[in-house]
Design a protein around this ligand. Structure first.
Ligand code: SAM
Length: 346
């Protein structure tokens, strides 16, 4: 595939996607695989059943789907998974999508990764127009990392982060705050990130998918705890910095670095939601925390022009719910939705 073989797209106002609550949909997160080379304990069950390859959209179909969203006003595309960098040929997709950058179409093409493959792909990501990436890193302790990810190699992730920085990518670290796992590391993770010029973001555990033998309440920590802990070590100053996602940022005066807080549990940010998610099978979820979804794979496959696909997207956006209502407590046993984060795309 060649990035220059397909025309770029400039959206018109008429085509912009706006939901019933007046929110413009400008940010699409696309999962390119449900597979991952880690098995993070809060994300997946230990023995996940992955989708058969035949159910996945091809790279060409993913490109077509993403390009239709760009045509309809998407400004930010995040490639995710599963682990996006384990999808065979993912760089071809990124190269193709890069044609929408700087053409009045996309403002940003980015990805979220666990870092395991970054040493191999960092320079190529830059070539594809990627400027910033999110890397998930929950702990600086190699043994703890192995337990949490069940199979992950910590040293490999750290060298992936270094490779990304050397290649010129702006890296933001994301850590899920997990009770009893990394509670004592919020300060050290922040220092680690800021010493290397990276933003550090913390995320609350969400009740997505069943986990064997673990109750969500036993993993969950409100980020107010994280913030109180950080405030004992840093002077936290308010900032209005935004990246188009759900994080709210503060600055640590002592390091000059930013700390992001993503609080889907304690401070729901749905009123400003500009996002939808597409899975690797072409299922569109209008909300991370609701079951309603639209099948985009059938309209993609039924017809080579994009009319049916556009109609399916319009119908889905017209049903985008006001928000999620996640609950984690001792009495609520069922997750908010049955699917794991790795299936929807994180
Ligand atoms: N493999 C990539 C990675 O590790 O970043 C992308 C996919 S992963 C599902 C995306 C993000 O979702 C990661 O930061 C992960 O920690 C987070 N995540 C997974 N399950 C979660 C849950 N139940 N609650 C909150 N965050 C979760």
């Amino acid at each position: 595939m060649n990035a220059h073989s397909k025309p770029s797209i400039v959206p018109t106002d008429r085509q912009t996607l706006v939901d019933p609550f007046g929110r413009a949909i400008s940010y699409v997160r696309v999962s390119v695989t449900d597979r991952c080379d880690f098995r993070c304990a809060y994300c997946m069950s230990e023995h996940m059943q992955f989708l058969p390859k035949r159910d996945l959209l091809t790279l060409e179909e993913l490109d077509r789907l993403c390009s239709v969203f760009v045509e309809r006003g998407t400004k930010k595309l995040r490639i995710t998974g599963g682990e996006p960098l384990v999808r065979h040929g993912v760089m071809n997709l990124l190269r193709l999508l890069s044609r929408h950058l700087g053409s009045g179409g996309l403002d940003e093409l980015t990805l979220t990764t666990n870092g395991s493959q970054l040493a191999r792909f960092a320079s190529e990501l830059v070539d594809c127009g990627v400027r910033r990436i999110n890397v998930s890193l929950d702990t600086l302790d190699a043994e703890r990392f192995r337990q949490l990810t069940r199979i992950g190699d910590h040293a490999r992730v750290l060298s992936g982060i270094e490779a990304a920085r050397k290649a010129g990518l702006a890296v933001k670290l994301n850590a899920v705050a997990v009770k009893g796992v990394n509670e004592d590391e919020f300060v050290s993770l922040t220092r680690f990130a800021h010493e290397r010029g990276m933003d550090m973001t913390f995320i609350e555990v969400m009740p997505l998918g069943e986990l064997e033998g673990v109750a969500r309440i036993d993993q969950y920590l409100p980020l107010s705890t994280v913030r109180d802990n950080l405030a004992e070590h840093f002077t936290l100053e308010a900032t209005d910095y935004r990246t188009g996602g759900p994080a709210r940022y503060m600055r640590a005066r002592e390091t000059g670095g930013r700390i992001g807080f993503i609080t889907p549990m304690t401070h729901n940010f749905c009123e400003s939601c500009n996002r939808v998610r597409v899975t690797c099978t072409g299922t569109l979820y209008m909300c991370l925390g609701q079951e309603d979804a639209a099948d985009l794979r059938s309209p993609l496959r039924v017809s080579p022009d994009n009319e049916l696909l556009m109609r399916a997207i319009d119908e889905a956006i017209a049903r985008k719910p006001k928000g999620h209502d996640f609950v984690i407590d001792r009495t609520t046993r069922a997750p908010a939705v049955g699917r794991h984060m790795s299936a929807t795309g994180g």
